[in-house]
Design a protein around this ligand. Sequence first.
Ligand SMILES: C[S@@+](CC[C@H](N)C(=O)[O-])C[C@H]1O[C@@H](n2cnc3c(N)ncnc32)[C@H](O)[C@@H]1O
Length: 407
Amino acid sequence: MKQSNRLELTWIGKDNQPPQGAHFLVEDHNFSYNNTRQGAAEELTDNRLIYGDNLFALQALEPEFAGKIKCITIDPPYNTGSVFSHYGDSMEHGQWLSLMRNRLLLFYRLLHPQEGSLWVSIDDYEAPYLRIVLDEIFGRENFIAQNVWQKRYSRENRQAIGDVHEYVIVYARDPVRFKAIRNKVFPSSAQEKVYRNPNNDPRGRWRTIPLTAQEGHATAEQFYPVTTPAGKVFYPPKGRCWGISKATFEKLLAEGRIYFGKKGDAQPTMIRYLSEVDGYVPWTWWPHEEVGHTDEAKKEIHALFGKTDAFATPKPERLLRRILQIASNPGDWVLDSFAGSGTSGAVAHKMRRRWIMVERGEQCHTHIIPRLKKVIDGDDPGGITAAVQWSGGGGFRYFRLLQGPGT
Ligand SMILES: C[S@@+](CC[C@H](N)C(=O)[O-])C[C@H]1O[C@@H](n2cnc3c(N)ncnc32)[C@H](O)[C@@H]1O
């Protein structure tokens, strides 16, 4: 093994060259599908579904897609030692790291150099090792976040300490640019519930937000008496100031945006309308109320395919919606090379992103194709369909990997 001055993880086989390309993508029109009759998404017909090993698929995609993918989201086998009905999840530790490393190198090249980001689902078993390999390939300075997804809502009592979360690790090709272009997240329905309209305000649902701020950097402009409609006089509490100047306060008062409580005698607060909320800066805590849980994901799969032959480890559509919402915009290319039952493609399609999925198991035919056909035909009312007002349209092209001569 060669010596390096960088902090890095080593394992037997790390420096072995991965098998190299000369695989070609060949479209099989018998499996490609489109339904532009639905009208809504005619530009969304060039999506790609690739059946085969993702190492060769990613190599074959490179000439056309290097630097073009805005968001790569993967949910690889976590190497938990389990055997699921549709794929195995037990590899020697170093072999798993090599598998990931070889694909991460390709992801790096496929991502858009300024705006591309990688989102990896993983649990505690391999997460610490994967982080070090990710640091090595993407650069430690390009680490964005290790989001914690609350995958269970019920208690987990089988282990000494119940395991109720997984991670979604994020790296960007250019973190400064990423911060500038990433989208905020929508308020969840629980967050929206705090906005109410008890007085039938024609401007819609509203909530109050505090009018005071810490005194620290306050100017003289931020200390003034406020008289409520009931005649009570308020000054900012000790150690605090008003968050706005007197002139701004008076403007807001004239616009009916200062609230003094039901009886008009309470300390003033500011009114914020739901229609003005342009989203929240994403944070690393992803509770199940906001992005779903594993039970929800199973129910989504059962609704699509019934309970027999259900895919064992799907992700909930809302989780993928959160990722794609932050990291991409309609029309952008997104990629998932461990597609499983096709959740990422289904969500990407409904959100009007262009997608590439790779899957080497038979679930490519038993799950992904029927699922995406339903999405395209407008026959999948589940998951995020209603939330994003999806009604159908578009298509995908199906490819097999063909080995070139002499390989
Ligand atoms: C955890 S599952 C993904 C589940 C997916 N997120 C969903 O919502 O259904 C991982 C998938 O990766 C696939 N996979 C594993 N190694 C692969 C490889 N080298 N090439 C292509 N697919 C692979 C497995 O067959 C399995 O379907």
